[in-house]
Each structure stands twice: as C-alpha cells, then as structure tokens.
Design a protein around this ligand. Structure first.
Ligand SMILES: [Zn+2]
Length: 471
C-alpha cells in the first residue's frame, strides 16, 4: 500500500540544527517517493498535523528472551547476573516466540523500527529457537537482525582466573558444531529483501575461542553479513583479555579481521585510547546500552570520546533482564545525558537532535544500511515514525525533539511504517493482537521473587576474590 503523510512537522532542512518545517511525504512501493509541500495524495492520506515525523530508530542491541526475567534478577555485576540468567532461561520455543513479539512491540511503540536481537538459544534446539524469533518478527513486521548468541566455552570462563587453577566444563557443542548449525540457520533464515537478516554474533572474546571468532568472520564474508558481539562490557572482561592474549581485546579482534564498517560492538565500556583509534580506523560501530551498564554496574562508556574520535555510536536497550524495559526513547534519553556527569566540556554534550540522528542513522550505519534507511531521504525505504505532539507527555508546546528526547514520552507513537508497511496506526499495532499477546505473556508466567541460582552461588566466592572484594 501507498501513503501520503500531509503536513507533518520535521526538523528543518531534514536534519540541520535549525527550526522545523511542515511537509508532505509520499510513501510508494515501500520507499520515500517524494518530500515537499502540496504533494498529490498517493494511496492513503495520513493527517500529519501536529505530529512529528522522524526516521525509525534502531534498537541496536537486545536479547529478546530476557523478557521472561525482567524485573527479577537482584542487583549483581554482569558475571553473577549472567549465571542467574542462564539458570532460568526459557527452554520452550513458544516462550521465545512470545518474548520476541513482546520485544518488537515495545520497540515499535517507542519509536524503533529495527531490532538487533542477540538471541539467547535453547541448547541443542538452536534452529527451532531462531525459527520462533523469526516467525515473531515477520508477523509483527519489524525489521530484524537476528544474531544468534554463540560461544564455545562454558560460562565459568567469563570470570578472570586471577592466578587460580579452575576447572571449566566443556561447552556442550564443539566449535565445528556451532559453526555448522549457524551456517544452516543463515541459509534458512537470511532474507534481507524481506527484512530478516542473520548476523554471526559471538557472545564475546571471554566465551569464544579464536577458531569461533575466525569462523564468524569467514561466514560473514561468505554470506555478506554484518557482525555483532559484546565488547569489554565489564572490568572483568578487560582482565580476561589480558590473561588470554596479553594485550587488548580490541587489538585481538583487529588481528582476527573481525572489525569493519559493518561490525557493531555492544557496550565498549572499558576501552583505552589505543582501542578507540582502532575502532575509528576500522569504522566499527559502538552500541551504547546505558540502562544495562547502570543496572549491572558495568561502568560508563566513554561515548563522547568515541564521538570525538569519529567512531559511529548508536543505542541499544540490551536485554530486558538488565534494563528492564525495551523503551528505545528511554535508552536515548539516558544514553545521551549520562556523559554530562563525566565530561566537563558542555560544548560536546549530546543534543536531542544529535541523539535522534545517532539512534536512527547511526543504527543504520552500524548495519551497513545507511543508504537504505535511517533518515528522511527520497529513495530510502520508508522506516518512519509519526509522533502525536498533542499527547499529554509532549505538552505544553516547546521544542518537539527536545520534548521527545528529554521528556518522558508515554504512548506517543501515532503511526509507524517499516519498509512502507504500516505497523502502527492511531497508536495501535496493526499487525498483531496486542491484547492477546498480553494474555499469553500473563498465562505463561508467574509472580516470583528470591529465586536461588546454583550457578551464581557457585561463582560468587571466586568472583569476589578475583575482583578484590572482601570475602
Ligand atoms: Zn547484551
């Protein structure tokens, strides 16, 4: 279907730091066909009066199945939090399907039109897990990058040794097996023309052998795919890199040819200046997940340094067990103002307009799709969101983008399109029955608190000792 949005408010000169203007936008055959005033109506007319039109944001790092544990894991650093997460991960593909729908729904309803799902897999049911998530994303109509979370080392290797002689269980799959099913998944599910892309995405250097990392590079080269991984999220991971390689994790990834202009790296909290130079030189993208970094006490990523060095930065919610929401606008708000407390020079602080550009175009750049979506540009795919500026949370009238980024917008998305398909109309998802999804999420869960996690308890004393915490 085609659409013509009439009289929508857009940032002046489409992205310059000046004023606003009122324009019409034609969406024809999935693309932005024309932008101007007084355009002839093609297809369905959409009243854009008192509505702000922006390119859709990219939720550039999440783990959809963490939805089942949101609000539940106690305050813990990543390494202990992860042990608990794995002890209670969903093991039923129907759960994977529902949490993918849920993640996509919250992303869409907060301005996102694209999600990068670093998908936690059901052991030995990897293809089924991916199939369930892909089915959800196709149904709801979000643009999805499905990045199966792969590793070939057991979770206990994610804590530094610190001189201790620890025994690690073998990972239940060999490196060859992991790469074999990943290849099968790519063949089966990678359909870029239909909005579903696969990404080789090792958990991180702390849980992956060089053979696995090289296998991911080889697969992404062979199938022309983006790459994704966690990078130096915690101080413990920095220590692991020193133990494993004797030099930085970023240098190691560079030596393995893992870094390029289609590589996106979640977190990047513990990088030094030499690492930042490597990210700039390789044109890698940093995905900033501020809520997760705060929740898990991982640290504050040096985002303004990245921007100064010319590194592309975008935002992610991270999984809902470390956030604990999938509100893209919230991630943009916290992620763009957090650095004001670490960097004194206010001239480098991120403005609301810069923040939305990082979230939309920055996300597209990290996926190698800057020529396809991420801005209001004729010829690009119509991944667009219309915000209702008469919503209580966006009143009284001041600067629309300032209200959207700095305020606490609530149910403000009026309409959204992904590749020209309208997925939200009049504030409601058009593609799925949201009330039914709510019932299913309720039915498949129970109230609970104070669970006991065997893996977290087993790991705690070593973690405290290696991180220099009192016993
Ligand atoms: Zn993550």
């Amino acid at each position: 279907m085609n659409y013509t949005i009439r009289g929508a408010i857009v940032p002046g000169c489409f992205n310059q730091n000046e004023g606003y203007e009122s324009i019409d936008v034609q969406i024809v055959d999935g693309r932005i066909a024309a932008i101007g005033s007084g355009l002839e109506v093609q297809g369905t007319a959409i009243d854009g009066t008192n509505k702000l039109l922006l390119p859709g944001f990219v939720n550039a790092h999440t783990h959809s199945s963490e939805m089942w544990q949101r609000g539940s894991i106690p305050p813990r650093p990543l390494e202990l939090w992860l042990a608990e997460l794995y002890d209670f991960s969903p093991l039923d593909p129907q759960h994977i399907y529902l949490s993918a729908l849920h993640t996509a729904a919250e992303t869409l309803l907060t301005g996102g039109t694209c999600v990068v799902d670093h998908l936690v897999l059901i052991p030995h049911r990897e293809i089924e897990t991916i199939a369930a998530a892909v089915r959800a994303y196709r149904e709801i109509g979000i643009r999805a990058y499905v990045a199966p979370l792969i590793q070939d080392q057991s979770i206990s290797t994610g804590i530094p040794e610190g001189g201790a002689e620890r025994e690690h269980e073998a990972f239940p799959r060999t490196t060859e097996e992991v790469l074999a099913w990943l290849t099968e998944a790519i063949e089966q599910f990678h359909r870029p023309d239909e909005g579903i892309c696969m990404m080789p995405a090792p958990t991180g250097i702390h849980l992956a052998s060089d053979a696995l990392l090289k296998g991911c590079v080889e697969l992404s080269d062979r199938y022309d795919l983006c790459r994704h991984t966690h990078l130096l999220e915690t101080k413990a991971q920095k220590l692991i890199a020193e133990e494993k390689y004797g030099y930085s994790a970023v240098e190691h990834l560079k030596r393995l040819d893992f870094l390029n202009e289609r590589t996106s790296l979640a977190h990047c909290v513990w990088l030094d200046d030499a690492d930042i130079e490597i990210l700039a030189a390789t044109r890698s993208t940093v995905v900033h997940n501020p809520l997760s970094n705060l929740r898990l006490g991982s640290g504050i990523a040096p985002i303004l340094k990245y921007r100064r060095a010319g590194v592309n930065v975008t935002f992610g919610c991270d999984g809902a067990a470390s956030n604990d929401s999938q509100d893209v606008l919230e991630a943009i708000k916290i992620g763009s103002m957090l650095h004001n407390v670490t960097d004194l020079d206010y001239r480098e602080w991120i403005t609301p307009r810069e923040a939305i550009e990082m979230a939309a175009l920055g996300g597209a750049i990290g996926l190698g799709m800057a020529d396809q979506f991420g801005s209001l540009t004729i010829g690009k795919q119509a991944d667009l969101v219309l915000y209702d500026l008469t919503n209580l949370s966006l009143l009284p009238r001041t600067d629309p983008i300032g209200l959207l980024v700095w305020g606490r917008p609530t149910q403000v998305v009026h309409s959204a399109w992904v590749a020209g398909r309208q997925v939200i109309a009049e504030g409601q998802l058009t593609t799925i029955d949201l009330a039914h999804l709510q019932q299913e999420l309720f039915r498949h869960s129970n109230w609970h608190s104070n669970r006991s996690s065997p893996q977290a308890m087993a790991a705690e004393s070593h973690y405290r000792s290696v991180m220099g915490l009192k016993p």
